[in-house]
Design a protein around this ligand. Structure first.
Ligand code: ATP
Ligand code: MG
Length: 723
């Protein structure tokens, strides 16, 4: 036995091996990033299909003799062993592996296929999927669903919109209204909340309930289901139909789940049903990386697993194989600031490695350029693009990065969730204004912005004017029932359009916001909706920032189109297939690893995000930052800006948490340091606690009192050349 195990799993550490070779029944692994949780799942799969439970089962099955077992244990390459393994190992069709995103499932599958020594034909039948894909499969089998029956996102919104109209529910902005509605409907399904007990946050609860029940009616009449139903309906199906449940729990006898900390209630309850009664459930997770609370994820399910599954085995992994000691140290130092966590220590035998690099820039445009330089620099030093990732907190931050990548011809991958800012309705409003100013006959644009800000032109009037054909603006203008003050509003609009006609894109946007009153409109809108205007304003700022670089509208439009195509391309690319830099949000980067990682925009307000203010939310932000920095294997860069949208910002508090204060003795002649104010420099001389430093920017060598700087946390050692 030992020989075989040594051959196949020799490189695993003791605890990893224990996890891989464990017997049947529930098994939980809680461990920090880079400790090989996903790696263990891979080897567990290998073990199940190659050796099965042969070493763990006491009873010898029929048709196999004691001698057979001896042969098997003695020599894996004996011809009889091969036969026995086929016969005796676990049928790969009975194995189900679940992860949280399609990308992660794909990645796992390909990692597994690339494993040495895996018998290709056998593993093809393991099912790797997301909760959605797996549960939909079960539903399809029961109800014969066709993929066409799945309500697409826009269809779903259409339906909800119609219902709201039917019920004469008032709202100001369609998009926001539908977003909120969809989120809430998702929440009650994911959390298995009884509708009649639920108090809506979007609408009076009575109205909300009505919408939901109409929506449910619609779906059942038209035989449609949506993404939330895939989970919810599957749970109900299995709960209510014992025969169907037993079919599926017999089919998937072995269930393995990665990133278990992000499981939500409906998923958990369904898994409990499916895995019973044998509970061959192998779960791995890290509560410190739970970052989907806003979508109903409950890390408690991971932490309370032993209570829910009696006799569950439990292994902890505490060696980080991914990152340098420096990176492990600073990430420990960050995450240890969280109060609500399951304590775990993580160490590494990897070399100490470089200090993290701090990139400082004036604003996000300069930052994007600095990050691009940083990327090209690594490339020159031998890394491939695919070894590098830029990770950020919010989708918006991708905008400047994508622009610079296009300019410098650096290929990139975009992780799923990053949208194109120009497809947001706010961007579309701005573009509609500009287009309309160039061409008053652009009816579509006029229809879009006519009541943004409110000009009190009713839907009826617009509808009638549209019907007439021709130039919408003139038709509305000539509508007899229009009051004088409404006519004045239209004339005012025309005046503004003429004024901005020849402006450069950046200036035109300022004009729309300030003179036409679009900013005020958004503020009013946000107040009415009881949402923060900050997010919308940021989007406006971001678009304005981008537009500044273009002299003409045509040029800018050309760029926007280009961005659109490149973003599509960046999303289409399959990770690993092309040599490209990964651009990802912290959410999207979970589970991945790269030689070099740059965290962009590490400033207060971005990470932690300004919408996260409660202690619990701050802890979630810290976990996000932690997920970000722990993606790095060897090189970590943290980038900050001094200004965001013209406003001064401070470096993220998490940066300070990364840096244990160095002691004065650690500063040696020759070391490269980074001073928060003066930037990077080399220590040319040291006298007591006073160091002479030649800074890269500027010609002078400055004398610095190290003690003072350390106390104020104004200085870091970037490269410790003494070890
Ligand atoms: P995360 O929490 O970020 O998902 P993880 O715990 O899933 O991390 P893995 O991605 O499985 O960690 O492993 C991190 C890296 O360490 C991978 O490159 C993996 O191949 C490597 N690794 C894991 N275990 C070992 C081992 N025993 N020997 C060598 N390399 C290992
Ligand atoms: Mg993992």
């Amino acid at each position: 036995r030992d020989r075989i195990i040594e051959q196949a799993y020799g490189h695993l550490n003791e605890n990893q091996r224990k996890a891989v070779l464990t017997g049947e029944g529930p098994q939980m692994i809680i461990a920090g990033p880079g400790s090989g949780k996903t790696h263990v799942i891979m080897h567990r799969l290998h073990y199940l299909i190659s050796y099965g439970m042969v070493y763990n089962t006491r009873k010898i099955p029929e048709g196999i003799t004691k001698e057979d077992i001896d042969i098997l244990k003695g020599d894996i390459h004996h011809p009889r062993s091969k036969e026995l393994l086929n016969y005796y190992a676990i049928d790969p069709r009975s194995i189900l592996v679940i992860t949280f995103t399609k990308a992660a499932a794909e990645e796992m599958k390909s990692r597994f296929f690339n494993m040495k020594d895996v018998n290709g034909t056998r593993i093809k039948s393991i099912l790797f999927g997301t909760f959605h894909s797996v549960f939909f499969r079960i539903l399809r089998n029961a109800y014969g669903y066709h993929v066409d029956q799945v309500l697409k996102e826009d269809e779903k919104r259409q339906v909800l919109k119609k219902i709201a109209e039917e019920l004469e529910i008032e709202y100001q902005d369609e998009q926001e209204f539908l977003d909120d509605l969809e989120n809430e409907i998702g929440l009650i399904k994911n959390d298995l909340i009884e509708l009649s007990y639920y108090n809506s946050m979007t609408l009076p609860s009575e109205q909300f309930r009505k919408i939901v029940s109409y929506y449910e009616q619609y779906k059942s009449q038209h035989q449609k289901i949506d993404f939330d139903d895939m989970l919810y309906d599957c749970y109900i199906l299995l709960r209510e139909h014992k025969n169907i449940l037993s079919f599926w729990s017999n089919r998937y006898k072995y269930i393995l789940i990665d990133e278990f900390q992000d499981i939500n209630k409906v998923q958990y309850e369904t898994i409990k049903l499916l895995s019973a009664p044998n509970n061959h459930l192998f779960i791995v997770g890290d509560d410190d990386q739970s970052i989907y609370k806003f979508r109903g994820a409950r890390p408690e399910f991971l932490l309370h697993f032993p209570q829910d599954f009696k006799d569950s085995g439990r292994v902890t992994l505490d060696i980080n194989y991914r990152s340098t000691r420096k990176i492990v140290d600073i990430s420990n130092s960050v995450i240890s600031k969280n109060v609500h966590r399951y304590p775990k220590e993580i160490r590494t035998i990897n070399p100490k490695g470089d200090e993290p690099v701090f990139i400082q820039s004036e604003d996000s445009e300069e930052e994007a350029l600095h990050i691009a330089e940083w990327i090209l620099n690594w490339r020159k030093k031998g890394l491939s693009y695919r070894d590098i990732a830029v990770i950020f907190r919010t989708n918006l931050q991708a905008r400047a990065l994508v622009d610079i990548m296009l300019d410098l011809n650096i290929p990139f991958y975009l992780r799923d969730e990053i949208p194109n800012v120009y497809e947001h309705w706010v961007a579309k409003d701005l573009l509609a204004y500009i287009k309309l100013s160039k061409d008053i006959k652009d009816n579509e644009s006029l229809e879009r912005i006519i009541n943004k800000p409110k000009r009190y032109i009713s839907k009826g009037v617009i509808f009638e004017a549209c019907k007439k054909g021709g130039i919408l603006f003139e038709n509305i203008y000539k509508t007899p029932q229009l009051q004088t003050w409404q006519v004045n509003r239209l004339e005012e609009l025309k005046f503004h359009l003429d004024c901005m006609k020849n402006k450069k894109p950046g200036e035109a946007i300022v004009y729309i916001r300030k003179h036409i009153g679009y900013d005020d409109y958004l503020a009013e809108y946000a107040q009415y909706k009881n949402i923060s205007v900050k997010g919308l304003k940021e989007l406006l700022d971001e678009i304005q920032e981008a537009a500044k670089h273009y002299d003409s509208f045509e040029e800018w439009m050309y760029h926007i189109q280009n961005v659109g195509e490149e973003i599509k391309e960046g999303k289409r690319r399959i990770i690993g297939e092309v040599d490209a830099v990964t651009l990802s949000t912290m959410h999207g980067a979970k589970g991945l690893e790269f030689e070099a990682v740059c965290i962009a925009g590490a400033v207060e307000g971005v990470i932690p995000h300004n919408k996260s203010t409660s202690p619990a939310e701050l802890e979630e932000e810290r976990r996000l930052f932690y997920v970000g920095i722990t993606r790095a294997k060897k090189y970590l860069a943290i980038s900050t800006v001094k200004k965001r949208y013209e406003e001064e910002v401070k470096p993220s508090r998490f940066i300070e948490e990364m840096t244990k204060k160095p002691s004065t003795e650690e500063f040696q002649k020759g070391a490269i340091i980074v001073h928060k104010k003066y930037g990077r420099g080399k220590i040319s001389n040291i006298d007591g606690t006073t160091a002479a430093i030649a800074f890269e920017k500027g010609i002078f060598s400055r004398k610095i009192d190290l003690k003072y700087c350390i106390d104020k946390e104004l200085i870091y050692i970037e490269k410790d050349e003494t070890n």
